[in-house]
Design a protein around this ligand. Structure first.
Ligand SMILES: CC(C)(COP(=O)(O)OP(=O)(O)O)[C@@H](O)C(=O)NCCC(N)=O
Length: 460
């Protein structure tokens, strides 16, 4: 245990005022919140778990009073509506965890909201790492997520466009937070906020100077099919005159910066907000799409090949013709190629530089990748987290792009393939509902065609 923990909790976590005095009791002194924050920050990770367990378990809902009131409600079922509503309101009030009042008080002191965002990040880490399986910890996380969702609702967020004239401390953070295509140097960063580019972030008054989620956009003639043309291109010297070179907005990187705001859907709101911003700047713009990585495809593929080999079904993955082509292309290994030679082939990036080999592998890898994105599920939703994110937003799985990312990371993670999730504005809310409720994936003819090729080949 943590010395002084019980004492500080009993003193600082004010009891829930009685139902009768709920609107009349003054808030506890700000010093209580400040002391709580200071104490918590002084704890090491292990003690934080103990502290949060105690807070959530002993300072939550008074279960006895709720059950007593529930019995009363059963009695009054026969009474008039007013009485029933009264008892229900008492139950509603008594279902407020005692610590929820404390969280509200903390949010009103300087730096309190940021403290609570970081506290939720601790809770999420405790839950994800199964350090604690306590249902009270999960309940505390749920309560805090509810409060954060209210405080960070889209109406209270500020959209900021980041340019080369933005303060250095913001530009530095944009560079540091970039999670998808790491910024290499100042020149690289300058290009990402320069001509034919846009960079937007949501900020919140309670966390000044902190970009909560960052979206990088490329303004292009049509929907980009490779990332090098976006992040590798030498800075275009001309300014952004040529407006008819701008017909499409490509979201090529989005990153949330606060782990504690996971589940608050900031990225989705930012994309929709930026679309509106770009439509007002470029009224004729009609194409909005991501250019997304496919993290996890290569490792999934290695697993699939191993599984097929174990089950002796290796030959199912490729047609006779394709196996022969692979055999000819890798003339080094004697005898007919096996799944192993295919695994070795894909294990390095050599094949990318051989015109012949990549020609042979293209149809195979494209249909396997289409299946990975469209067919592989986790609890019914897309297994790939980036696909799941865009599909939840209502985007359409629109186009797989071969040789889209020739960087070592791109080849290692997804055999160089990237995917466009396209935002057809009139369809996003319908697609999002169909996906979330019925787990239906909106996909284009190209994607569905590749998926059916996989299914024909693998007799799945
Ligand atoms: C993709 C992101 C921005 C989605 O964030 P958000 O919209 O807040 O979703 P959620 O965290 O509320 O589920 C977030 O998951 C993230 O930063 N992922 C790592 C970088 C990436 N783009 O995959």
């Amino acid at each position: 245990g943590v010395p002084g923990m019980d004492e500080i909790l009993a003193r600082v976590v004010a009891p829930l005022p009685s139902y009768e005095t709920r609107d009349k009791s003054p808030p506890p002194p700000e010093s209580n919140s400040l002391e709580f924050m200071h104490f918590y920050k002084s704890l090491d990770k292990e003690d934080k778990v103990g502290f949060l367990s105690k807070l959530s378990q002993d300072f939550g809902v008074d279960h006895r009073s709720v059950s007593e009131l529930s019995v009363k409600l059963l009695d009054t079922q026969l009474r008039d509506q007013a009485t029933i509503l009264q008892v229900e309101d008492r139950i509603r009030y008594n279902l407020t965890p005692r610590y929820k009042q404390l969280l509200g008080h903390i949010s009103r002191v300087e730096g309190g909201v940021k403290f609570l965002v970081d506290l939720r990040a601790d809770l999420l880490e405790i839950i994800a790492s199964k350090t604690s399986e306590s249902p009270h910890i999960r309940e505390l996380n749920g309560t805090l997520k509810g409060l954060l969702s209210e405080w960070f609702s889209v109406g209270l967020l500020r959209l900021e466009r980041i340019t080369w004239q933005s303060p250095c401390e913001i530009l530095q953070k944009i560079s540091q937070y970039e999670a998808v295509h790491p910024v290499r140097n100042w020149t690289d960063l300058k290009r990402r906020v320069g001509p034919y580019r846009r960079c937007y972030a949501f900020t919140h008054a309670a966390m000044p100077g902190e970009p909560l989620v960052v979206l990088h956009v490329a303004l292009t003639e049509d929907i980009a099919d490779n990332i090098q043309s976006i992040v590798r291109e030498f800075a275009t010297l001309d300014s952004e005159e040529d407006v008819n070179k701008i017909n499409a907005a490509i979201f090529y990187s989005i990153s949330s910066t606060q782990a504690g705001l996971q589940g608050v859907e900031l990225g989705n709101y930012l994309i929709k907000r930026v679309v509106r911003e770009l439509q007002s700047e470029f009224p004729h713009m009609a194409q909005f799409s991501s250019l997304s990585p496919i993290p996890g495809f290569s490792s999934w593929l290695q697993g699939l090949l191993a599984q097929y080999r174990k089950e002796g079904r290796g030959s199912d993955l490729l047609s006779e013709q394709e196996w022969r082509e692979v055999e000819q292309a890798v003339d080094s290994t004697p005898g007919p190629p096996t799944v192993d030679s295919l695994r070795k082939l894909i294990g390095t990036s050599e094949w990318m530089h051989s015109e012949r080999l990549s020609g042979v592998l293209e149809p195979v890898l494209m249909r396997l990748c289409a299946w990975y994105l469209y067919g592989e599920k986790r609890r019914g939703y897309a297994l790939n987290p980036v696909a799941n994110f865009h599909l939840q937003n209502g985007a359409t799985m629109w186009r797989l792009n071969w040789h889209a990312d020739s960087s070592p990371r791109g080849v290692a993670n997804s055999c160089g393939i990237m995917v466009n999730y396209r935002y057809f504005l009139s369809e996003t809310s319908k697609n999002s509902a169909l996906y979330l409720q019925n787990k239906v994936i909106a996909a284009s003819e190209q994607v569905l065609g590749l998926v059916s090729q996989f299914q024909k080949n693998s007799k799945l």
